[in-house]
Design a protein around this ligand. Sequence first.
Ligand SMILES: [Fe+2]
Length: 179
Amino acid sequence: MNIQGINHLALMSRDLDATVRFYVDIIGLPLVKAYQTGDVPKWEHNGAVLHDGGNLIAPRHYFVDLGDGSLLAFFDPGQGATLPEDFVSIPGAFHHLSLNVADEEALLAARAELKGRGIPVSGVVDHEFCKSIYLRDPDGRNLELSYFVRQVGGPDDLHDPNPLPIMTEQLALMTSESA
Ligand SMILES: [Fe+2]
């Protein structure tokens, strides 16, 4: 397996707008991706399908770039969401760590290797901007292996259907800068 740094570290947020605002305004990181999982074709968590096209049952995902292309992802717990019991939803808590691999070939090779070692692993999940597989470490931590299909950032990547104020503000800034 050939790991190439962190793709993203996902953390649960109590107040997603305040949290993202802190990382954007105080820490100075750009908001590069914002969506609700209803925007992506399909999303699985440890083999459970949380979302399969248009049916929004999972939380917002807002990502900031740490400066080297690795991302911090913040999730809100979602409202009225029916999430599996093992889906960590405690504000402030670690949710999952995604490690980078180079490409589709490396992802499939890693998946085959994990399966060969008897470690349960999900199928490949297409998040549009990245593709991923999911597994657990011996402590039960959620791990993901991902590769970026494309670079994120720019107005097209901020499309939460029910946007938080920080997203609307950042989108307005981007649009005025490019005008
Ligand atoms: Fe992830």
